[in-house]
Each structure stands twice: as structure tokens, then as C-alpha cells.
Design a protein around this ligand. Structure first.
Ligand code: UDP
Length: 249
């Protein structure tokens, strides 16, 4: 584990994390594992918001979702080797199932109604050993939430993907953690949009040179306010690394 600004990130690589979660899924009596894929925006929320920090403290795995976290690790002398994004993690878990005899049962919650349908079709057509046993779009009324949790529990998925955006998705998993009948729950942000084909990921070139955030900013300038948290997080880390700012506990 690497402590970055008081957040306990996993040091595991993408493949190691996917393998760990896949093994948890294969075990029989395990408690729900809550996975947070923390980009700098989420990391900043953990540092600045007490309630959200409490959710993160109770999460089982926090992955470094973004090059900003990897650089922060380097600056602070920690051991994170690579970023583990929500999209890559979900796809890697799906891939690990190829060699397994049992099909992976997935429930997907989130995104617009047409998007989630497209995402489900894509998953089922691309990953033969993965079955989406239930899905629901992410635009429902608060009163419907209990019914949704009941439906998830009736489906008994191995893996629950919650794509409601942050902090909604982390709050949803935390709120229902004790009752959710699933082995692994991941807050996946816009991953369902990418799986649906409606949103494109940055070309591999940008991902390799650590500039996916820049590509996303240029192709969607409305993200500017959100992207600023990347810099705010960077400055905070720099402050701690230089000893100017006290490290959050
Ligand atoms: N979303 C949702 N319900 C809501 C608000 C958002 O299902 O009430 C979905 C939205 O349609 C999108 C995802 O949550 O699929 C949020 O994506 P975002 O761009 O925040 O993801 P990130 O940038 O964190 O990957």
C-alpha cells in the first residue's frame, strides 16, 4: 500500500488488481469488496471532504486512476508503478474470466437508458464468459433506490458496476454495503459510456505519454472545471513533498 496525502492506494499493477478481484469472485464466503478507482478529482474529494474520506477509509481497494496519482507517488517516494483506471480494470477482470469454467455474473447500474443497453450488448458480444444478469440506468428517483438494491440482490451478481459518477456511486455502495449481495462493487464513473461506444477513450498514444487528461480536456472543454482539480491535487502534493504544507492525516 502507498500512503499518498493520507489515502491508502494499492501498489498493485492493473493485472495484479484484476487477478486479486477475480480470485475474490471465485471464493465462496467473502464479504463485499468496495473498489474506488481514485483519479485526482476523487483523491482531492477524499482529502477535502470528511464524509467522503470516511467512505474511502472503509473501502477495500483504492486504485491510482490517473497519471497525476502516479507522479504524486514518485514525488513522495512511494511505490505505485502504474495507473489502474476504472475502464482498464473492468476490461482486465472480464479478460481473466476467459480461462475460468464459470461465467462471471455482472450487474451494471448507471448511465443513460440507451447507453446502458448498448454497454450491456457490447459486454455480452465481446466477452463470452461474462453474463450481464441485470442492469438499470442511473437516472432514478431516490424512492426507487431500495427497489434497485432488492433487484440487485435477487440477481446475486459476482460483480456490481456502479456508474453514477462520483461521489454518487461511492455513496451508493457505502450506503448499501451491508446488504448488497455481491462480492465486488466498483464505482466506474463513465466506463459504461465508453463500453457503449458513445464516448471514445483517448488514443493509445495520449494514454502512453500520460496525456489522456489533456486529450479529454481538448475534446470536451466543459471538463475544464473538473480538470482543475488535477492541478490543485498536484500543487498540494508538491507542497507536501517540499515540506511547505502539512500532509493530511
Ligand atoms: N450518471 C448517472 N446518474 C446520475 C448522474 C450521472 O447514471 O444521476 C452517469 C452518467 O450518465 C455517466 C456517469 O454517471 O455515465 C458519470 O460519468 P463521469 O463523466 O462523471 O465519469 P468520470 O469522468 O468520473 O469517468
Amino acid at each position: 500500500m502507498s500512503d499518498i496525502m493520507g489515502i491508502q492506494f494499492t501498489d498493485d499493477t492493473l493485472k495484479q488488481t484484476a487477478h486479486k478481484l477475480s480470485t475474490i469472485i471465485d471464493e465462496n464466503y467473502v464479504k463485499l469488496h468496495h473498489v474506488i478507482t481514485a483519479n485526482p478529482e476523487i483523491a482531492l474529494r477524499i482529502i477535502e471532504n470528511e464524509e467522503f474520506k470516511n467512505i474511502a477509509t472503509h473501502a477495500d481497494i483504492i486504485t491510482p486512476d490517473g497519471i497525476g496519482i502516479v507522479y504524486a507517488s514518485k514525488m513522495l517516494g512511494r511505490r505505485i508503478k502504474e495507473r489502474v483506471t476504472g475502464f482498464d480494470l473492468v476490461v482486465e477482470i472480464f479478460k481473466t474470466r476467459k480461462q475460468k469454467s464459470k461465467s462471471l455474473k455482472v450487474y451494471a447500474l448507471g448511465a443513460q437508458p440507451d447507453t446502458i443497453k448498448k454497454a450491456v450488448n457490447h459486454i455480452e458480444n465481446t466477452y463470452p464468459n461474462v453474463t450481464v444478469i441485470g442492469f438499470r440506468d442511473g437516472y432514478y428517483k431516490k424512492e426507487e433506490e431500495a427497489k434497485i438494491v432488492k433487484e440487485i440482490n435477487e440477481c446475486k451478481p459476482d460483480l456490481l458496476l456502479v456508474g453514477l459518477g462520483s461521489p454518487k456511486q461511492e455513496e451508493f455502495i457505502f450506503r448499501h454495503k451491508a446488504y448488497l449481495n455481491t462480492k465486488v462493487a466498483i464505482g466506474v464513473g463513465g466506463v459504461l459510456d465508453v463500453l457503449s461506444g458513445n464516448v471514445k477513450r483517448a488514443p493509445e498514444f495520449y494514454q502512453k505519454i500520460g496525456m489522456e487528461w489533456f486529450y479529454r480536456l481538448v475534446t470536451n472543454p466543459r471538463r475544464l472545471k473538473r480538470q482543475l482539480s488535477l492541478f490543485k491535487f498536484g500543487f498540494k502534493v508538491l507542497g507536501v513533498a517540499l515540506g511547505i504544507v502539512k500532509k493530511p492525516s
